[in-house]
Design a protein around this ligand. Sequence first.
Ligand code: SF4
Length: 394
Amino acid sequence: MSIPEKIPLKILRKKLAQSLLGQSKTPKTINGLAVTSLEDFVTESLVLEGVPFLGATMRPFPADELQAYLGRIQGGEKEKAEKYKLPYIHRGNITIQDGSKAFDLDTLRKQIMTRPTTLLKQNEKMTHSDGSSSVFFNVGLPALKGLAVNETTGEFVIVDTCPGAGQCKVFCYAMKGGYVQWKASSMAQTKVLNFLLNDPEGFKAALKKELQKASEKFALKGTQVVLRWHDAGDFFSPDYLDLAFEVARAFPKIDFYAYTKMASAAQASRPDNFKMNFSQGAQPSQEKQIEFARTKHSKVVQRDLFWDLIAKKGVSLLKDAKGRMQFTNGQALETFKSRLAKHYALQVASILTYDEMMETPKSPPNTWNVIVMPGDGDDSANRSDVLGTYLLFH
Ligand code: SF4
């Protein structure tokens, strides 16, 4: 059976079953009893419950192609464009088979199929100006393309983990730095993806268990538990989005939020405790579907709108006590708010700095547009009264 490059696994399995069993059909009923064909029985058995692999878009990664790719990684000969097409694999996670020049795919497969010890990564704990506190957790996948194993067949597969990604992939923070620098963190994300795809029910149960533990540790003491879904990766399918919403419904006291480049995820109806931000850098086909006046979103502000208004000494930025760049004075901030309002067709009165937002009591949904500098927190993404988050990078 020849297999085209990109083919949904459900169809692939059907073809496999057809090829194994031929085209023989059994009657639909015998003595009035419904009977399934052997082919359908095998197909359904392979599919197990629901949509296989949560309906992710993926393609097989044949052993010879993988061997050649690992060779290029080891030899430092990876082509530039490959990072957009093939999953990141840390060279520390690949070994040569004893007595052979080939890479040890069995060991790699075994590592990936080992269930992760934890799904949640704990980030900072913050105390707010009103004395309340929050603790932040992440759950993340490999950015853009992920490596996984089809545990039914043992074959390696490449998974589109960010199908809505457009320009963002060029400056993606999760395709560099600590995400890829360390072999353990790179493998940890791969294991999370593999667990999620092959055993969504097990994944859900494990995540709920960890959230329950976090709740008992923090929420019962009055600290708000916040989960950012995806420090990397995206809601790659409707079934995956449903899974995330189901987990959120099970913990109404925990705040969940995410950034997404998927229009369907940004505009889906969701539990009240799940905030979704459509973020800039998606494919134009996704952006076209978004009504920015009604959909919570985040945008990166072009530098020429603010750079001349920022306090500097020579070529260095003058930073505030929290290490953030600042406007030269109050007038400069007002000038920037006017420019921002004009550029994005906003009401000036709807624009707050991050600090102003933190001082502002919760308001009706989509009231505010918030300026966020490097060093500010992520609260605007997790407040339903904030419509737009405007990021100033330098
Ligand atoms: S969607 Fe996010 S994680 Fe994925 S490529 Fe874009 S910036 Fe990176």
